[in-house]
Each structure stands twice: as C-alpha cells, then as structure tokens.
Design a protein around this ligand. Structure first.
Ligand SMILES: Cc1ncc(COP(=O)(O)O)c(C=O)c1O
Length: 383
C-alpha cells in the first residue's frame, strides 16, 4: 500500500505516514506503548532504541502531519505550549521575536514570564496591519511569530505578504496554525517557514488528547527540532499520538461541517437583537473578509460575539444546555467560553482592552452537531 506523491489532501489525511503494521498487517498503526526496544546484539537494532527518541506511533503521526502541512518533517510534543517552547530553543539570549499582538494568552505568558528571563525579547504588533511589521524588526530579530485567525478577535494576517517582508530581513516566519487547521490554510505553501499547532484542537478533534506539533521545511530546522525533541524530551506519548492520528483521518469532513455550521450561526447571531456585534471572518463586514476568502478554505469554527456587559455574559453563559461552557476549541462538540475571564485571564486587563477583548465578549467553538439544535440552544440562552 504505497501512497502516490500526487495523493490529494483527504487521501493523505487517512494514509500519510501509515503503512499496515509490519508484524501483523493491522491496517491501523498500533499504539506502541513501550519504553524501550530489545537489541539483537551490541549496536544491532531495528532503528528503535529508546521510547523518548523513537516511537512508531508518534513517528506515524509526525509523518502524517508533515504531509498535511506540506512540510519536510514533523515533531510531536506533549502539548501545544511544549511545541512552541521547543521552537524557542532555536534562539539565543539577546534574540528578538516580532509576535502577533493578539496571540494566545498562554503563548504570551510563556514569552513574557518564562523566556524573557532567559534573555529573549518580544515585540507585539497587530500583524494584520502589514505596515507595522517592518518597523518592529530589529537586527536581533530571528522570528516573526504569527497567529491567524487570532483568538478571540479573529484578525487575519496575510501570510504570503508577511513572509515576504520578514524574508527581506532574514527573519523566519512561524505560524501557529491551530485555529485554522491545515484543511483551511497551509502556511508553508504560502512562503512561511515553520508551522506549529496545538493538536489538542482541530487535529485531534475529539477533545480527548492534549498535544502539540512543529512542522518544518528547512533541513537546519529539522536537525535542531529532532535534537531538542530528544534532548529536552517533551514528547507526545503513544496513546495521544494514536488519538491524533485517528483524528486527522476525518479532518476534511469535520472541517467542512464546521465551516458550514459556523457560517450559519454567525449569520443567525448577526440578526439577533440581543447581540451587539459578531466577529467572524466569513461575514462580509469583517475587516479582513476579502483576505480570509483568498487565503483560507472556509472561515473556520470560531465566532466571537458581544452581549454588551459582563453581567449579561454571566447571566447568559449558564443557560446553555447543549453548548458546554469550557476552555479549548476544535472538538466535534460545540464549546462556549468567556475570553476575558477564561482563556485570556493571564493577559493584563489593559492589554485585553487594547486588543479589543471586551467583558461582554463570548466565544463559540462551533462543533459538528445539527446546526438547528445549536441555533435553538442560542435562542433559549439569549431569550
Ligand atoms: C492558538 C493556540 N496555540 C497554542 C495553544 C496551546 O496549546 P495546548 O493547550 O495544547 O498546550 C492553544 C491552546 O488553547 C491555542 O489556542
């Protein structure tokens, strides 16, 4: 069973990185739950020495995700944050990064409260405004770290144009592609250099695993990530690797339904009299709608809307019956959250205000339930 190099995205989702198990012919890659491998003699082994260094289930997932992101190689980590942290080990004290200002709160916390202590420097700009990127680059800048669409403001950065600007200054571009998934956008094909994901979200898709991945396209990045994944050791375990590998098989059909459901719900909220504003890149009044249409394949599953105040938000949120009040996103089930109190609590209030995160803002991660049931839940909660 050999996958042709011309195999299309949906086919690669199901097959890339996976061969029938050589021992039994099992069509599904087994969970190799082992810490070590028996060697036939000194230095004689089958390419597997120790579980941190090599694991067949993890390696199948890494090859699968590298294929989906059109990269050279993938490296799976214990969480999305572990993946981002591993990327920072490419840098040395004194190096600088330009970062999307509305980046995930946990990324901001890692940069500011952990890595700044080790001499890294970060500047935050609204990268959806391309004219702000170049002035933020210094002779010490090594990476442009982009998130698009952002959470929860859903701002969109032009990945091809931003990469061109960065490359003129020998700056490499990392994209946290968690919110889109490779079904919706593939940054490496647009000129970016590295992609990272919290696989916890759309890639796993079933809210039953926490993990992260880095996909690279340059040989020197590959060498370093391979080294540091083993040296620092924040690897994804076999069981979680298997869960994500199972998840990516259905990524295209999940994302198609996600796109359709989210578009319908954004339109529904837009017409609701208790909702003050709706942010969704698929709505024609979204400031980056045209770019999103060009760069993305569908507009994704995240919608933010404003009910006016924290008091109204506090009253509405417990009323949902089908949608669950929970952090995270990208699962088959619809989740709602309150960014200011939940996902962005670690972002100082003045920064939240500057980014536009209001106290009345509610975010939905739209799942793949029947859209009419989701609308009915919104209707009764907002009534
Ligand atoms: C955009 C983004 N990047 C990274 C992360 C971190 O991922 P994890 O929770 O798997 O560590 C998250 C988590 O919500 C996220 O939303």
């Amino acid at each position: 069973m050999k996958l042709k190099p011309t195999a299309r995205f949906s086919t690669r989702c199901i097959h890339a990185g996976q061969e029938p198990d050589p021992a039994t012919g099992a069509i599904i890659t087994p969970i190799y739950q082992t810490s070590t491998y028996v060697q036939e003699g000194l230095g004689q082994h089958k390419g597997f020495e120790y579980g941190r260094t090599q694991n067949p289930t993890r390696m199948a997932l890494e090859a699968n995700l590298a294929s989906l992101e059109s990269g050279l190689a993938g490296f799976a980590f214990a969480s999305g944050m572990a993946a981002i942290d591993a990327l920072l080990t490419r840098l040395e004290s004194g190096d600088h990064l330009v970062v999307s200002d509305n980046t995930y709160g946990g990324t901001f916390r890692l940069f500011e409260r952990v890595r700044r202590k080790f001499g890294l420097d970060f500047s935050y700009v609204d990268t959806s405004r391309l004219e702000l990127i170049e002035p933020a680059i210094t002779p010490k800048t090594k990476y442009l770290f982009l998130e698009t669409p952002t959470n929860p403001m859903l701002r969109v950065t032009d990945l091809a144009a931003a990469s061109e600007i960065a490359h003129q200054h020998n700056v490499r571009v990392i994209v946290d592609n968690t919110f889109a998934s490779p079904y919706i956008q593939r940054p490496l094909e647009l000129g970016c250099d590295i992609v990272t994901h919290s696989t916890t979200k759309f890639l796993n898709g079933h809210s039953d695993s926490v993990g992260g991945v880095v996909v690279v396209k340059h040989q020197d990045d590959l060498e370093w990530m391979k080294f540091v994944q083993n040296a620092a050791g924040a690897i994804l375990g076999p069981m979680d690797s298997w869960l994500v590998l199972r998840g990516t098989k259905t990524l295209p059909i999940r994302m198609e339904r996600t796109n359709a459901n989210a578009t319908a719900i954004a339109e529904y909220l837009k017409g609701h009299k208790k909702v003050q504003s709706v942010i969704y890149p698929g709505l024609p009044d979204h400031p980056h709608h045209a770019l999103a249409k060009k760069q993305m394949h569908g507009f994704g599953g995240l919608i933010s809307f404003d009910v006016g105040s924290i008091d109204v938000a506090r009253a509405v949120l417990p009323r949902f019956k089908l949608m669950a009040l929970a952090e995270s996103l990208g699962g088959v089930e619809t989740l709602i959250s309150h960014p200011a109190v939940m996902t962005h609590a670690s972002v100082p209030p003045e920064r939240r205000a500057a980014i536009g995160i209001t106290e009345g803002m509610i975010r939905i991660s739209v799942g793949i339930e029947d859209v009419d049931d989701l609308k009915e839940d919104l209707e009764q909660a907002l009534a």
